[in-house]
Design a protein around this ligand. Sequence first.
Ligand code: FES
Length: 149
Amino acid sequence: MKRRTVIQGVGVLGGVAVTGGLLAACGGEDAPSGSSTTSAPPAGGATTGGGSAGGTELGATSEVPVGSARFFEGENVLVTQPTEGEFKAFSSVCTHQGCAVSKIDDDLMVCPCHGSEFSIEDGSVERGPAKKPLEAREVRVEGDTLFLA
Ligand code: FES
């Protein structure tokens, strides 16, 4: 009896983990209406209320300088504004060995670990050792506020 209880418990935990993974993978526009949304979002993944279309609020558009970028550490994302009013977002996980690309040097996003540099235009590699571009993320502007979609 006891062993069976333990096994069932593991099954439930496994289901929760899978559900969490699916939610994270699908995190985006509209929440699925028919599925369970009882599990809380992962830590640091606070979503906004107030009737917005969803997504994680990053901050004000004015926090991202034109022709440069800003690192949002809590979300592991870099938001760039190559030209005024045009916002792009990239994962801050360096494609070399996974450090956080946390430094901004004018129009470059710089990894402090080995010095790889990435373009604010498209996340492409400007200088190695990284060989692959930063992964693009979706960013949405609502009024003067940036949301990670
Ligand atoms: Fe970023 Fe090596 S981990 S340059």
